[in-house]
Design a protein around this ligand. Sequence first.
Ligand SMILES: C[S@@+](CC[C@H](N)C(=O)[O-])C[C@H]1O[C@@H](n2cnc3c(N)ncnc32)[C@H](O)[C@@H]1O
Length: 286
Amino acid sequence: MGITHIRLPKNFDLDERLERYAGAIERDAGAYKGRWAEACCPLAVDGGGALRRYGSVHLDLGCGKGAFVVACAERDPEGLYIGMDAEPVCIAYAAQTVAERDLPNAVIVPLGADALARVFAEGELAGITLNFPTPHPKRHHARKRLVHVDRLLAYRPLLAPGATVTLRTDSQPLWEYAKGQFDAAGYRALWTSADVGREHPGFPETEYERRLTARGAAVYGICAALAPAPSPDRVQAGRDAEQSLMAYLPDDLFSLDYVPLGMEAAVENFRNRERKGKARIPGAAG
Ligand SMILES: C[S@@+](CC[C@H](N)C(=O)[O-])C[C@H]1O[C@@H](n2cnc3c(N)ncnc32)[C@H](O)[C@@H]1O
């Protein structure tokens, strides 16, 4: 979500914070394209005089306040973990999280998903994580979703052999939608889960995950790897698929214990219409 969902402390000075934690922010990310693994490695040579590099480079796209990136970096000192986010307030928080742990193998890049091809070279990424991405439920915002078929296509060339793209979300509608988009973009699901915490434990908790599971959210997920490039018809089928997340809501809205982030108003509106015996969408057959 954007800045409106972050409660800022009193006297929060964005510029001052960005300046204070600038050491954890890479503003010239394009200069590292194709050489992140070597260029970010603090010890240029190992004991035997060989050039040292990180064994793998991972991207957390839409990293928010950075808890996930930092936990992954702490857990895997041989990997480089890059958090990318388009929102300056998130960048300030994420950079603070990295700086306070003094981690050499975590870095924050203040750019949005549109910049990926400028920042990463072919085959450079061992994994992309999309943790609780902004759902953009409305049809006309679908192209902004980080799991839209065209975004998933754009990730393809950046992925190393064996790399994965992993989505985790509180939103069953986004998850259902995303399954079709991954397929249309030529990915093979290694797993899909309606209860990631139980079936695939071990993911570090993110800030949104903590907030949303406390409200009763389940965590839905998909982990996918590259399959052969899709045909143009298959890609088009992904673009032509239903793009409103409202359409992926269950029929019985009153059975929903938890309403996904960003869909609260729409679900309330649909429930009210149903109470009055009206069709969900005005004009549609009831
Ligand atoms: C709901 S928050 C989740 C943050 C974090 N991953 C977590 O789980 O706590 C979504 C994040 O994605 C970022 N975001 C949205 N669209 C983006 C884009 N096109 N490129 C990069 N970041 C984006 C937002 O600024 C926000 O920080």
